[in-house]
Design a protein around this ligand. Structure first.
Ligand SMILES: *Cc1c(COP(=O)(O)O)cnc(C)c1O
Length: 447
């Protein structure tokens, strides 16, 4: 598997190099040059497998020559030890719930595989590294849980003490072992700035700091697997299927496009967004303008004014977008628009969808998933296209108890993973926004 950079100025690299480096030296994002293509018969032959079995069968072809099959198999089974429920809305429409992982969001799927793949390559070369990450809540907990208990890798998470919810904080502070949580007396931007300064600090180079951030190709590939799984678990293997994906940084939808490239019969990808409507506008007008600062919406994990995976989307259709968001070469807009549809869903529509599904269908969803469902309903209404569709629920409703209760009048039941955390002891360090103190802390901790 060779990977190229979306900026087209860096050398092609192996999967291992792309995984460990994250960003290409020309500041572009890595993309696979070639992917295996599965015929419908090959796919259907996997239909009786469990989630990890199907994931392994797909991945062993994608990562051929990059990792031995035995190691890959144990990594996949270790990463995917939870359920992936499919819930019927009607005979033509299903919800795939990607909310049963340890931090109850779909980010677990990507983070757990990436962590284990990194661990595999590091231990082969007897190396270790420290993941340093700033979080406004969700990413930090998914990353911390994903790396929890692994050798060779230590994780330090910085979070703004007063800006995360109790549940989000507990997901980071009750782990211990190789995970350290630091409550910063400041805002998310302060955490981010301190992490950036640490990465640029020559004195800290010997500690081998890494960011494990969301643009890593090691997070994208695993996000193509549940599309195969849901297709195979749903009865009659339709000739075409529509996926509806609530989107922010467009990583989840890129996973679906990779699956389509690999032969999954995806008719359309509905990639709905909240008030941050830069992508729908781009698809409508061909002009791209990022939204700065990003707009606050109810589906807050999708408050993104310039999606980091847009450069990848554009490269797949023959265009080129650089790291500043400038399009140097237009993609083939006609084929892009034929495959991908993006609409913006307001907070009012999001709330109405959560309420309607709860009151009239007895189906509980949270605001992110509701954006996806509303996008699908809108598409069907406008086009009359009633093709079989799967819409993604990207977080557990109990991750957003206050928001959901305000809409439906009852607090959602926490999942077992969320309950388990409630009773565990919290451990964290406190630092203010003084970089010198943070640096001293890092040197003591890692030295
Ligand atoms: C991160 C996130 C999203 C957006 O996913 P992208 O890959 O960034 O488009 C949607 N829902 C939830 C709950 C998330 O945490």
């Amino acid at each position: 598997m060779k990977l190229y950079s979306t900026n087209l100025k860096a050398e092609e690299v192996s999967f291992e190099t792309a995984l460990i480096n994250g960003l290409a030296p020309d500041k572009g994002l890595y993309m696979p040059k070639e992917l295996p293509v599965f015929s419908k018969d090959e796919l259907v032959s996997l239909k009786d497998g469990s989630y990890p079995e199907i994931a392994f069968q797909i991945l062993k072809n994608v990562l051929k020559g990059e990792i031995d099959e035995e190691s890959l198999k144990s990594i996949v089974y270790d990463a995917y030890n939870y359920e992936v429920p499919l819930e019927e809305i009607d005979e033509n429409t299903y919800i795939m719930r990607l909310d049963q992982g340890p931090t109850a969001s779909f980010k677990d799927f990507a983070a757990r595989m990436m962590a284990r793949l990194m661990q595999y390559y590091l231990s082969k070369e007897n190396k270790s590294l420290t993941i340093l990450t700033a979080t406004s809540g969700d990413t930090g907990s998914a990353v911390a849980h994903a790396f929890y208990g692994l050798d060779n890798i230590r994780v330090i998470v910085l979070f703004p003490e007063t800006e995360v919810s109790d549940r989000q904080r507990k997901q980071m502070t009750t782990l211990n072992k190789n995970i350290s949580a630091i409550a910063i007396d400041g805002k998310f931007d302060d955490c981010q700035a301190m992490v950036k300064q640490a990465f640029a600090d020559e004195d800290l180079k010997p500690f081998n700091l890494s960011s494990a951030n969301s643009i890593n190709i090691g997070r994208l590939v695993p996000q193509s697997l549940y599309y195969f799984y849901s297709y195979l678990k749903l009865r009659n293997f339709p000739d075409e299927v529509i996926f509806s994906i609530p989107s922010g940084n467009f990583g989840n939808m890129m996973g679906c496009l990779l699956a389509k490239k690999m032969g999954l019969p995806v008719k359309k990808i509905l990639s709905s967004v909240n008030d941050n409507d830069e992508v729908p506008k781009f698809l409508n007008t061909g002009e791209y303008h990022k939204i700065e600062p990003s707009r606050n919406s109810l589906s807050n994990a999708m408050n993104v004014g310039h999606p980091s995976n847009l450069a990848r989307l554009i490269t797949l259709y023959g265009g080129e977008m650089d790291e500043s968001g400038t399009i140097n070469k237009m993609p083939d807009m006609d084929s892009l628009k034929n495959d991908v549809i993006s609409i913006s869903v307001t907070d009012e529509e999001t709330k109405a969808t959560v309420k309607e599904f709860y009151d009239e269908r007895n189906i509980l969803i949270e605001p992110h998933g509701a954006v996806g469902i509303k996008g699908l309903m809108d598409y069907r209404e406008k086009t009359g296209d009633n093709t079989f569709a799967i819409t993604l629920e990207t977080a557990h409703p109990a991750k957003f108890p206050a928001e959901v209760e305000a809409i439906i009048g009852v607090e959602p039941e926490p999942s077992q993973n969320l309950l388990d955390i409630e009773s565990k002891e919290e451990k964290m360090d406190h630092i203010d926004t003084d970089y010198a103190k943070f640096k001293k802390y890092l040197k003591e901790k890692l030295g």
